[in-house]
Design a binder for this molecule. Structure first.
Ligand SMILES: C[S@@+](CC[C@H](N)C(=O)[O-])C[C@H]1O[C@@H](n2cnc3c(N)ncnc32)[C@H](O)[C@@H]1O
Length: 229
């Protein structure tokens, strides 16, 4: 993945952010030694961002779409309270076997629950609310994942979507390939969705940070409660 941020700036940001845990570092290093696409791991800077986001919303229940070797799932688990839960979805047993080996070495690993199946099937069967939802899997389904995430997210929660700058290729028209087209479509859909407020953050490969707008139901309940007081 080409860096969209100057490498020195990236290194400086990483050096001044919460460091990764020892287990995460070893997991990342083995992923880089053994896997074909190791750059799929979010890495220390984005990992720190995910942890701070989870803490900011007081997350107890996190849903992740795209486990790979388990780095980001472990980042979330490390930021949750003891009774917290990360449900993470993937359908590749080779990479998730490595994930399970490292989760077992962490005192936070027991908070992580892997669902090994096509993520859309898992999402249909899950009930919300979740405090944080992280989307980082097949780009062709990004719009489907986002739509389901809007149904499953808590009012106070946050949805994060990774790789939304796609190496800068989102600027190319016409799109050079189907993944770029899928991400361009996702970015249009999020921008036009009236139920959320969103900001596209230029960390690493781009992260959409999305908050549900307080639902009209919540407003109505608040107004009724105020009227009764
Ligand atoms: C970018 S990687 C996830 C990286 C991970 N979040 C991390 O930071 O370590 C994407 C993962 O999505 C998985 N994936 C792709 N299509 C999927 C699908 N339809 N259902 C579930 N998982 C899928 C792949 O097997 C791959 O492990």
């Amino acid at each position: 993945m080409k860096s969209l941020v100057l490498p020195d700036i990236e290194a400086y940001a990483e050096a001044h952010s919460q460091p990764e845990s020892d287990v995460c570092r070893r997991l990342r290093e083995e992923t880089y030694r053994k896997m074909d696409c190791p750059q799929m791991v979010v890495g220390p800077l984005e990992g720190a961002f995910l942890k701070v986001m989870a803490m900011s919303v007081g997350a107890r229940r996190v849903l992740e779409i795209g486990t790979f070797t388990g780095y980001s799932a472990l980042c979330f688990a490390e930021s949750l309270p003891d009774d917290g839960q990360v449900i993470t979805c993937d359908m590749d047993s080779e990479s998730t076997d490595m994930a399970k080996r490292y989760w077992a070495q962490s005192p936070h690993g027991s908070k992580i629950h892997l669902r090994l199946a096509p993520a859309l099937e898992t999402l249909q069967a899950l009930s919300g609310p979740f405090d944080l939802i992280f989307i980082d899997a097949d780009k062709a389904n990004y719009v489907n994942y986002f739509r389901r995430a809007v149904d499953l997210i808590a009012d106070h929660g946050v949805i994060l979507i990774d790789n939304v700058l796609w190496n800068g290729d989102v600027l190319k028209h016409p799109a050079p390939d189907t993944n770029t087209a899928a991400i361009q479509e996702l970015n249009r859909v999020v921008h036009a969705e009236p139920r959320v407020s969103a900001v596209l953050v230029t960390i690493r490969d781009g992260i959409f940070l999305i908050k549900p707008r307080p639902s009209s139901k919540t407003h109505l309940q608040a107004a009724q409660q105020q009227a009764q007081q």
